[in-house]
Design a protein around this ligand. Structure first.
Ligand code: FAD
Ligand code: NAD
Length: 399
């Protein structure tokens, strides 16, 4: 056929929503749509810390792509992208090749260890379903063997490197899970420690002081320990090295110290700003007529603040709308629209029952109302993607 071919890479927030919007905006005869993803499922990256802690089962945080994207309307290819050859309009996959007329790159984030010695080899990272299931299994194993093998108390320590949003949400889930594991394996709660290590003078640098103080107290009350002003310089098999060589030992070490764009971008010859593509206002890669870059792969300047927007699901979902509209505009040689971010606020969970954040331009929320708001935010995405049916199936319900 002579239909223009739109290829979307990666079925995360940006890729799923772009595909969904394209199917809504374009008729079957107007374009062929292809979605390529590593797995046959879509997972919610924003729930990965729950899978890692074991407070959510892997299957609860993922869904079959074909359950929400009609496979008769969109060609679904389950394969890994290896490289994009932009001069040839070609995507190289592990098991084949695909050509495109329009390309959407939404391959998401990769953990960034900033070259810290031993981190890549010795620490787990919160990356995808499989890496998080591994963290959970490893933690459970430490508890299961403790009384069997006369293991050291350090083996029950969980060390988290980085006190950004991911690190904090993760220790919030651990604070809920660890007492349960202690009970299950007949271990005194005081034997198991959760330690979060942050380089900055305080956790969640840059976020509202009052809310951070609230989060810290809530977590400390539930047994989480914080080491602030503590820069990790090395990760060994059984410890972090901080400051002048102090070692903090643990049986489980998880790095949540930062993320960057997918390394496929660099491999494919895109010019990068801190691992991402600094996109034009219309979300296209510079000097590329037919390539859009979205989500955690994109660097989008917040001109007012003079810094890029933080990489969030909220941003990825909003970019998808602009991208789909702009692809349609390109098909009909119409002018492209500029992306405008509408910040709806930021809420971080602190376990299942507590949360904190800002909503409606800087209104502060704490505790139960914040936790409820967090569920509303999560459910809103499911609604956009699959309507009320998907909320019932995968949503966080208050009952
Ligand atoms: P992703 O969601 O990462 O999706 C990328 C997709 O590409 C994945 O499906 C992956 O399998 C696929 N893929 C990757 N490589 C390949 C390849 N080579 N070939 C084929 N497919 C590939 N943001 C918020 O707004 N609110 C939150 O509460 C929040 N909580 C978070 C909690 C955690 C624990 C984490 C880690 C992040 C959180 N974020 C949150 C940030 C948010 O998850 C990301 O900004 C968002 O996932 C980015 O969306 P994306 O579509 O760019 O990429
Ligand atoms: P981040 O970059 O926001 O935080 C990483 C933290 O690690 C920082 O506080 C940093 O100071 C610390 N760190 C870095 N190097 C260190 C070292 N050597 N020693 C000790 N500490 C070190 O990364 P993140 O938390 O993974 O978040 C990534 C993105 O995802 C952010 O944009 C965030 O807003 C978003 N996110 C949002 C939510 C939410 O909205 N609820 C939840 C999770 C993540």
């Amino acid at each position: 056929t002579n239909k223009p071919k739109i290829v979307v890479l990666g079925a995360g927030y940006a890729g799923m929503m772009t595909t969904k919007r394209l199917t809504q905006k374009l008729g079957v005869d107007e374009a062929e749509i292809v979605l390529i993803n590593k797995h046959n499922y879509h997972y919610q990256s924003t729930w990965l810390h729950e899978v890692a802690a074991g407070t959510k089962k892997p299957n609860e945080a993922r869904m079959m792509i074909s359950d929400v994207i009609n496979p008769r309307r969109v060609r679904l290819i389950y394969d890994s992208v290896v490289e994009i050859k932009k001069d040839e309009n070609l995507v190289v996959l592990e098991n084949g090749e695909v050509t495109y007329d329009y390309l959407v790159i939404s391959l998401g984030f990769e953990s960034n260890t900033f070259g810290i010695k031993g981190m890549e080899e010795n620490a787990f990272s919160i990356q995808d379903i499989d890496s998080c299931r591994l963290i959970h299994d490893h933690i459970e194993y430490q508890f299961a063997k403790y009384n069997q093998e006369d293991a050291s108390d350090d083996s029950l320590t969980i060390l988290v490197g980085g006190g950004g949003f991911t690190g904090i949400e993760f220790v919030g889930e651990l604070a809920e899970q660890i007492p349960k594991l202690c009970k299950k394996y007949d271990i005194d709660r005081s034997k198991a420690r959760i330690i979060d290590v942050e380089a900055a003078p305080r956790i969640m640098p840059g976020f509202d002081d009052e809310l951070v103080a609230y989060a810290k107290k809530s977590l400390e009350d539930r047994g989480v320990e914080f080491r602030e002003n503590a820069k990790i310089s090395e990760c060994k098999e059984d410890c972090f090295v901080i400051g002048e060589g102090e070692e903090i030992k643990a049986g489980t070490i998880v790095w949540t110290g930062g993320v960057t764009g997918n390394s496929i971008l660099g491999k494919s010859g895109f010019e990068l700003t801190k691992g991402k593509v600094s996109v034009n206002a219309d979300l296209r890669a510079p000097e590329e007529e037919n390539i859009f870059v979205l989500g955690d792969c994109s660097w989008v300047m917040d001109e007012e603040a003079g810094r890029p927007y933080p990489p969030t699901a909220q941003l990825a979902i909003q970019e998808a709308d602009t991208c789909a509209a702009n692809i349609k505009a390109l098909l009909y040689s119409e002018p492209l629209e500029s992306f405008v971010f509408d910040n709806k606020g930021t809420v971080a969970s602190l376990g299942k029952k507590d949360a904190m954040g800002t909503v409606f331009s800087d209104k502060r929320l704490y505790g139960t109302p914040a936790a409820a708001m967090k569920n509303v935010i999560d459910n809103r995405y499911l609604f956009l993607l699959g309507g009320p049916k998907l909320i019932l199936k995968k949503g966080k319900l208050p009952f």
